[in-house]
Design a protein around this ligand. Structure first.
Ligand SMILES: [Zn+2]
Ligand SMILES: [Zn+2]
Length: 311
């Protein structure tokens, strides 16, 4: 088994474990599995975007940079065990991401690269995948370039990527977890779900990703404790945000009203592509099922012009 196969297997098992945990002990009760934005997070952000960004970041930025610099890297990592190398990059990158995340909330310009991550009103294990293209390119280049350029063991990359994905799922998971004293060191949904709530006092708090110690150290922790019923009620952004993947990226460049754009026929056509495709699918499969059951086909109700939760 190759290392990639091992990390992929661990990640799948972790995902199943987190999904089960969400069902058994939810933070917000009644949050559906196919919640608002589920498909956009899975199909666009998790599968398509990450596939293409991996190619851009490694093949078009990091490896050309390595080739251009013709740099052999430090010999510093040569005799260090892989676990120590992973730990080194884990801690240094996590401090960087804390500081950059904090800057994104403080700067109006950088906020445009981060608002997508806060746009979901129903946060679960998959919600962490929603990140603007520019945010990923900056953060992952800064994450992985030093690993390559400083001559660390190549195994550090998949191990670090696995830990990123596991932590990303965990801190966004809709699970009711009590970390005890460990919460002062390791991040968890207990703190990060508050970061996704729509309250002024949490907009500049709980910036940590893996190690919550940064928030406690720099006094940005918002930790109201865990009294019964002490959960955020308002989630996501305080302003309207597009539901479509491409519009979300366009919105970061120029503000517009998604609904007003529907007066343009080309836009209406694009916007309804997916609902119309679904309608066609329902027609095809609806008829098939009806034939099998030897019953008259029941026409699926017309989808609304502007649907929908799954966009
Ligand atoms: Zn944030
Ligand atoms: Zn988050």
């Amino acid at each position: 088994m190759t290392l990639i196969q091992v990390t992929t297997t661990i990640l799948i098992c972790w995902m199943i474990f987190i999904i089960a945990w969400e069902r058994i002990s939810p933070y917000r009760k009644g949050l559906p599995f196919f919640r608002e934005g589920f498909w956009i997070d899975l199909v666009w952000y998790t599968l398509i975007q990450s596939y293409f960004l991996k190619i851009i970041i490694f093949d078009y930025i990091i490896y050309p940079l390595q080739h251009h610099l013709a740099w052999q890297g430090f010999q510093f990592f040569k005799d260090l065990p892989i676990a120590a190398q992973v730990l080194f990059f884990l801690v240094t990158h996590d401090l960087y991401i804390y500081l950059f995340h904090r800057l994104q909330h403080a700067s109006k310009f950088l906020w445009r690269t981060h608002e997508a991550h806060h746009s979901g009103k129903e946060v679960d294990f998959l919600a962490g995948s929603r990140s603007h293209v520019v945010e990923i390119i900056i953060n992952q280049t800064i994450e992985f370039a030093p690993i390559v350029l400083m001559g660390a063991d190549p195994a550090v990359i998949p191990i670090k990527a696995l830990l990123d994905a596991m932590f990303g799922m965990y801190i966004h998971a809709n699970i009711n977890v009590k970390m005890g004293k460990l919460k002062y060191f390791l991040n968890s949904p207990e703190l990060h779900l508050w970061h996704h709530a729509n309250y002024i006092e949490v907009f500049h708090a709980n910036f940590s990703t893996k190690f919550s110690v940064w928030d406690y150290m720099f006094k940005t922790a918002y930790d109201p404790g865990k009294k019964p019923g002490d959960l955020p009620e308002n989630w996501g952004l305080h302003y309207e945000y597009p539901r479509d993947y491409f519009l979300q990226h366009a919105f970061s460049v120029k503000r517009f009203d998604e609904q007003k754009l529907l007066k343009y026929s080309w836009f209406k056509h694009y916007y309804n592509l997916r609902p119309n495709a679904l309608k066609q699918l329902k027609r095809v499969f609806g008829k098939k099922e009806a034939t099998v059951l030897n019953m008259p086909a029941v026409e699926a109700p017309e989808p609304e012009l502007i649907v929908n939760d799954a966009r």
